[in-house]
Design a protein around this ligand. Structure first.
Ligand SMILES: Cc1ncc(COP(=O)(O)O)c(C=O)c1O
Length: 424
């Protein structure tokens, strides 16, 4: 199907056929959901060994009785687990509670209310703003929106954020005090940042406001589907450029063990960690060390974690293949949309022709297939071209995903043909 070269007659004929197919599907009263990137029950079962793993032995290897209060930085063995995931030294890691998003929220608050490493609190600036590579992760944007921190879109490329744009913005506006990055298998584009991008990000701290921080959300650090994809280290790059304070890294086991019941990690320079601790100690006496110990026992060696992730990959691969097959079959030879085939992570990002995404999502919802709301991958929920749709294949069983994808491609075709007819 080629839209640009189709005549009005051809488009009208397609519209009739596609509408008839769509009406038939609507009669099936489907109730399918490919909105959020949640692990499936099969994936969650992989970590059920956590249950009972302590078997009454609550002492960590360093003698800590994990049942009791204390230890703001988390257990040594949990910090080592976070260090392995983020590839950083364990004394630069704090092992926290169950959610890295909570740690990110806390870190933004730290910068906003108190400032990092003795720098001006962001709230004292005239109009503090974050750079937001788009499309990106909606929950990052919600943190900024809630705190009244402005957001500036930066386009994503196949190598990460458009660094020409990011550098120019940072150079021109000293109120830019952060950038959101999902550097490996980015949510939703699946892109892994290249070496040049990482190096250029590490140099932003040389020209930015001294309170500027890169929020390096490495949520998919070990979530490779095939062989491992190498993400260049941001810590080493900042050390080389004398900007070690400009980055704060995050990860968690949410999509490794039990989502929402895992362990989250934050890693940063000693000066940044000191700023974070100052706020944390007013907030909590310490994290859930019992859960940290359970995780450390389940993954006593990093190789065990890698093997565990391969089991996830075996479950996820057919689902990603299902999405790819549907898209390739429907749109491989067409001008109806573009997408990338990710090598890991949780999402497939699909771009319709301009002005079609919201209508595709509406049509799919009416046919019983829930997609992530239009605009969700952009700050303030506004996709300026109304093109991006995030597909999350992990949660539904394969047969349901297959049906949902058939509906999805039909809705893309129908919405696009109708849009083109309007413009002719
Ligand atoms: C990029 C990204 N960061 C963070 C999270 C949430 O992580 P956590 O469960 O550790 O809060 C998600 C979940 O979808 C995510 O996609």
């Amino acid at each position: 199907m080629l839209i640009d070269s189709a005549t009005r007659d051809q488009l009208q004929e397609w519209e009739k056929e596609l509408s008839a197919q769509y009406q038939r599907i609507c009669q099936h009263q489907l109730n399918l959901d490919i909105t959020r990137g949640k692990p499936s029950a099969d994936q969650l079962h992989l970590a059920d060994g956590l249950d009972g793993i302590l078997n009454g032995d609550y002492r960590a290897a360093d003698g800590t009785d994990t049942r009791n209060y204390g230890g703001l930085d988390g257990l040594t063995c949990a910090r080592e687990l976070g260090a392995d995931i983020l590839q950083v030294p364990s004394d630069e890691v704090i092992a926290g509670g169950n959610s890295s998003l909570t740690l990110m929220y806390h870190a933004v608050l730290t910068g906003y209310l108190f400032g990092f490493a003795g720098n001006t609190p962001w709230r004292e600036l005239q109009s503090p703003k974050f750079l937001c590579p788009v499309p990106g992760y909606d929950r990052h944007f919600s943190i900024c929106e809630q705190l009244g921190i402005g957001m500036v879109n930066v386009p994503m490329t196949e190598q990460g954020p458009d660094m020409d744009a990011a550098e120019a913005l940072v150079r021109d506006d000293s109120d830019i005090i952060g950038i959101w990055c999902v550097p490996k298998f980015s949510n939703p584009t699946g892109v892994t940042y290249g070496k040049e991008t990482v190096d250029r990000l590490a140099r932003l701290g040389q020209v930015a406001n001294p309170g500027f921080r890169i929020f390096w959300d490495n949520a998919y650090a070990i979530h490779d589907l095939e062989q491992q994809v190498n993400l260049p280290g941001i810590r080493a790059a900042t050390l080389e450029n004398d900007t070690a304070d400009s980055v704060i890294q995050f990860a968690s086991t949410s999509k490794v063990t039990h989502a929402g019941a895992g362990v989250a990690f934050v890693s940063a320079s000693p000066a940044n960690l000191a700023s974070l601790r100052r706020q944390m100690q007013a907030m909590t006496i310490g994290p859930d060390k019992v859960n940290q110990l359970r995780h450390s026992r389940l993954f006593a060696e990093f190789t065990m974690l890698r093997e565990h992730m391969q089991k996830h990959a075996r479950i996820l691969k057919p689902k990603f293949a299902c999405v790819s097959d549907h898209l390739e079959t429907a749109f491989g030879e067409s001008d109806l949309g573009t997408w990338a085939t990710p090598r890991g992570g949780y999402f497939v990002s699909f771009d319709t022709r301009a002005g079609c995404a919201a209508e595709v999502i509406r049509l799919a919802a009416e046919a019983g297939v829930k997609l992530t709301p239009a605009g969700a991958t952009f700050p303030y929920g506004k996709d300026p071209e109304d093109r991006n749709i995030r597909i999350a294949p992990s949660f539904p069983p394969l047969e349901e995903l297959d049906t949902a994808m058939s509906v999805f491609v039909l809705c893309v075709k129908l919405a696009t043909v109708r849009k083109q007819l309007e413009t002719l």
